[in-house]
Design a protein around this ligand. Structure first.
Ligand SMILES: Cc1cc2nc3c(=O)[nH]c(=O)nc-3n(C[C@H](O)[C@H](O)[C@H](O)COP(=O)(O)OP(=O)(O)OC[C@H]3O[C@@H](n4cnc5c(N)ncnc54)[C@H](O)[C@@H]3O)c2cc1C
Length: 362
């Protein structure tokens, strides 16, 4: 029977990034995906690399910063291996926070309304943005769909094996350690197993990893056919009080996002889409001349304490790398690096103690 050094459950941005890293270290890797690679939360994401977000958990900040700093090299390497560009944008973020918010981010600075206008002439201050303080943040953004496409191509180039359209149901255990996985139709033997199944991680027996789905709806607007496409109306990511706007280099702008407790329901609703669009046109009236191209919902993988779940479980050789909640695109490079170090018993760049799956053991 064929076997692999590592079987990864779930080919979202986390499973794909980790699989690629492990393969670069010489491991034989199998990725098992219940649907198509990169089509769940990672497909729905906006792609902000928001390491300056003041609401990040303190223990996550060093990982967020390290991951954000890894992005240019991560993307350059991926582009070279795959020929696909994930549209890494470096223009920065204009964000609005309450005046008393404590921002702890190197090279972030407060800016006055006049400078906001100079940076983004089409942005209009709303009552809420006037009531808060604007900052220019040294953040990047990426197109998560292109990123996953690049990861899939790089994985194939490197000889990673894929099984798609097949859900893992159970971890196989022999002599008290994980030895592979089972799907409805097959078994796959492995030296170790990593659960990267996002919002579905808790469905795999016998040791469910406790994630839950946190729904987010988003809208994408595109230039009207009669206008010249190619340059977005805004250059910066704008995190306005009611909505965030993420420009892509081809002229699209993403408007996001809701945060809903709706189970595994991925339907969009017209009122929410209309509301996001209205907030966006209040902030940038010229968006009113753009067309709604698409709207979707995705399921962020949230853990009981909203922190990622990273590390070996109480079952030896069974690992979790999930629960990235609102930050999985940002945290993919550092997650892949740290999990690779852990699996190969190398020194860890950061302690993973605060993120251990064992913190939820009863
Ligand atoms: C609207 C929205 C906006 C977001 N914006 C941002 C942002 O701007 N920046 C940011 O950093 N993050 C953002 N996020 C969060 C980010 O999308 C997630 O944290 C990240 O995509 C999680 O990646 P993942 O690989 O863990 O999960 P997923 O992409 O969901 O991948 C998990 C994969 O596992 C597969 N799977 C599940 N169960 C099984 C099984 N039993 N067997 C086999 N396969 C299985 C699934 O089909 C899926 O493909 C956003 C999320 C949403 C929904």
């Amino acid at each position: 029977m064929k076997s692999w050094d590592a079987v990864i459950i779930g080919a979202g941005v986390i499973g794909l990034s980790l699989g690629w890293r492990l393969r670069l270290e010489g491991l034989r890797v199998l990725l098992i995906e219940k649907g198509e690679p990169g089509r769940e939360a990672s497909y729905a994401a906006g792609g902000m690399i928001a390491h300056c977000d003041p609401h990040l958990a303190p223990e996550l900040k060093p990982l967020a910063l390290a991951s954000a700093q890894m992005y240019p090299e991560f993307v350059a390497e991926l582009r070279q291996e795959s020929g696909v560009s994930p549209d890494l944008r470096e223009q920065g973020t204009i964000a609005f926070f309450p005046a008393d918010e404590q921002l702890d981010c190197a090279d972030a600075r407060r800016i006055e309304p006049a400078e906001v206008t100079a940076l983004e002439p089409l942005f209009t201050h709303t009552t809420k943005s006037f009531g808060s303080q604007a900052y220019l943040l040294p953040e990047r953004s990426v197109d998560p769909r292109a990123l996953c496409h690049a990861l899939v191509e790089a994985a194939k180039t490197r000889g990673i094996d894929f099984v798609t359209g097949s859900a893992v149901t159970e971890i196989e255990v022999q002599s008290g350690r994980a030895t592979g996985v089972k799907t409805a139709h097959s078994s796959y033997a492995a030296g170790c197993v990593i659960n990267c199944a996002g919002a579905w991680a808790a469905q795999i027996q016998p040791l469910p990893i406790p994630t839950r789905p946190a729904k987010g709806q988003m809208v994408c607007v595109v230039p009207a056919p009669e206008t010249k496409s190619g340059t977005p109306l805004i250059q910066h990511v704008i995190r306005a009080p009611e909505v965030y706007l993420i420009p892509r280099s081809d002229g699209r702008i993403l408007l996001g996002a809701t945060l809903e407790d709706a189970g595994f329901d991925k339907r969009t609703d017209a009122d929410t889409i209309e509301r996001l669009y209205r907030f966006a046109t209040e902030a940038v009236p010229a968006i009113g001349q753009m067309r709604i191209h698409d709207a979707w919902a995705g399921l962020r993988p949230a853990s009981p304490d909203d922190r990622p779940i990273l590390g070996e479980t109480s079952l030896p050789r069974y690992y979790a790398a999930t629960g990235h909640y609102r930050d999985g695109i940002m945290l993919a490079p550092i997650t892949a690096r740290l999990m690779t170090q852990l699996i190969l018993s190398k020194p860890l760049q950061f302690s993973l103690d605060a993120f251990s799956p064992r913190r939820f053991a009863r």
